[in-house]
Design a protein around this ligand. Structure first.
Ligand SMILES: [Fe+2]
Length: 382
C-alpha cells in the first residue's frame, strides 16, 4: 500500500471513530438523526443527504432528517414502504451505489419533483441492527467529482452500522420514556378515580404546573420532570382510607391529621422507585406541595425558598384546582375568582412570581383554559 493510501485509510478510521463517539454520547432522537446524517454527508463528501426511517405500524418510510439545498422541502416526505430505491434498500438490506439515477429502473423522481433538487448520483445504505432494518441513508451527488466510488460506499456502510446502533438505542430510550409517562398517567388516573370529585385533578394540576414552568422559562428537561412530578403529587392518598378521603362533612382534628399524612406517604412510596435520581423531584413535590411560603403549611412548616421550587409551583396549581372544582360541600369558584384568591395570598402563602405567571396565563386565555391547552401543548412531547 502506498504512503498516500495509508494516510487516507488512517484519516477514514479517525473520521469513523470521531463520528461514533459523537453518536453514542446522545440519546435525543432528533439530534441523533441530524448527527448521523451530517457525519455521513461530510465523510463521503456528498452535496445532500436524507435519512429515511421505516414506520412499521403505518407501513411508510419517512424522511426524518435532511441536509442540503432542498432539506426543508424533503423533510417529512413520506414514501410507501416499497417505493423507490429507499424501499428496495430497506426491503433487501443491501446497499446500492448508483452512478446515474435516470438510468436506474428503481429510481423514483417523486422526491426530486417535490423538492426541486436534481439528483445525479447516489449511495443508499441500510441502517440495520441485528438483521432488523430501521431505515436507510441516502447520500446524493458526490461533490467535486462526478461519481461516488466503491471506497465511499464501504465507508458509508461502516458508518451506517455504527449509526444504526445509536439510532436503536435512541428509539429504545424514547419508547421507555413513553412507557414511563403512560404508567405515571395511569397511576394518577387510578388515584383520581377513587373520588368522583377529584376526577382529572392530577392531570389538571400537571397541566397548570407545566404552563407555569414554561412561563417562568424553566429548561425543557425541568418542565418535563415537573409535569411528571405534578402528576404524582397526591399519590400518597392511596394510603388514606375512603371514609376519610370521601367524607362529605367537616373533618375531625384526627381525620385532618390522617389526610395530611398523604404527603409523607407519597414521598415514601415514590422514594422506593429506582433509579432514585430520576425520582428526586417527584419525591420532593409529593412531600412539600402543601408547604406554604409563610411556614403555615405541612408536613414540616418549611419557609420561603426552603420549599423546593417544583413544590411551590405545584402548590399554586393544586390550590387553584381545589378552589375551582366542585366538591360535595361547595360548588367551586369561577376561574376568575380563583385567580383573585391566589393574588390575595400571593407573597404570604404562595410565591409571588409563580402566582403572577399563572394569573397571566389565565388572563391571556380569558379564563378559558381549553383555549390555552390548544396553544401550548401542540408540538410538546408530553
Ligand atoms: Fe395534596
Amino acid at each position: 500500500m502506498q504512503k498516500q493510501e495509508y494516510e487516507s485509510k488512517i484519516q477514514e478510521l479517525m473520521t469513523l471513530l470521531e463520528a461514533s463517539k459523537q453518536l453514542n454520547s446522545n440519546l435525543e432522537m432528533d439530534e441523533v438523526l441530524e448527527s448521523i446524517l451530517l457525519q455521513m454527508v461530510q465523510v463521503v463528501g456528498a452535496e445532500a443527504g436524507t435519512l429515511w426511517l421505516l414506520d412499521k405500524q403505518r407501513q411508510k418510510i419517512k424522511a426524518s432528517a435532511a441536509y442540503g439545498p432542498s432539506a426543508a422541502d424533503i423533510l417529512n416526505i413520506e414514501l410507501a414502504n416499497d417505493e423507490g430505491l429507499v424501499g428496495k434498500v430497506i426491503r433487501t438490506g443491501v446497499a446500492q451505489l448508483i452512478e446515474n439515477v435516470t438510468e436506474n429502473r428503481d429510481w423514483t423522481a417523486r422526491v426530486d419533483e417535490t423538492s426541486g433538487f436534481v439528483t445525479k448520483s447516489m449511495i443508499t445504505v441500510p441502517l440495520a441492527v441485528k438483521g432488523t432494518v430501521l431505515g436507510a441513508l441516502q447520500l446524493l451527488n458526490k461533490q467535486d467529482i462526478a461519481f461516488f466510488s466503491e471506497q465511499d460506499i464501504s465507508l458509508a456502510v461502516a458508518l451506517a452500522n455504527q449509526s444504526a446502533l445509536a439510532l436503536h438505542n435512541s428509539q429504545m430510550y424514547e419508547e421507555l420514556q413513553q412507557m414511563l409517562l403512560s404508567m405515571i398517567r395511569t397511576l394518577a388516573k387510578i388515584l383520581d378515580a377513587r373520588d368522583p370529585y377529584t376526577a382529572g385533578h392530577s392531570e389538571r394540576v400537571a397541566k397548570y404546573s407545566l404552563w407555569i414552568a414554561q412561563k417562568l422559562e424553566l429548561a425543557v428537561q425541568d418542565c418535563e420532570a415537573l409535569y411528571k412530578a405534578a402528576l404524582l403529587h397526591d399519590i400518597g392518598k392511596i394510603g388514606v382510607t375512603d371514609d376519610i378521603l370521601r367524607k362529605p362533612d367537616r373533618l375531625t382534628a384526627e381525620e385532618y391529621l390522617a389526610i395530611k399524612q398523604h404527603t409523607v406517604i407519597g414521598a415514601d412510596i415514590l422514594s422506593n422507585i429506582e433509579p432514585k435520581d430520576a425520582m428526586i423531584h417527584a419525591v420532593e413535590t409529593a412531600l412539600s406541595h402543601h408547604e406554604r411560603l409563610d411556614g403555615t403549611g405541612y408536613p414540616h412548616g418549611l419557609v420561603g425558598n426552603d420549599i423546593p421550587l417544583f413544590a411551590r409551583i405545584v402548590g399554586v396549581a393544586d390550590a387553584f384546582d381545589a378552589m375551582t372544582t366542585a366538591r360535595s360541600y361547595s360548588k367551586g369558584l369561577s376561574f376568575k375568582l380563583g385567580a383573585e384568591e391566589l393574588i390575595r395570598c400571593s407573597g404570604t402563602l404562595f410565591e409571588a412570581r409563580v402566582v403572577r405567571a399563572f394569573t397571566t396565563i389565565l388572563e391571556e386565555c380569558n379564563y378559558e383554559t381549553d383555549r390555552y391547552d390548544a396553544q401550548q401543548e401542540r408540538g410538546y412531547g408530553l
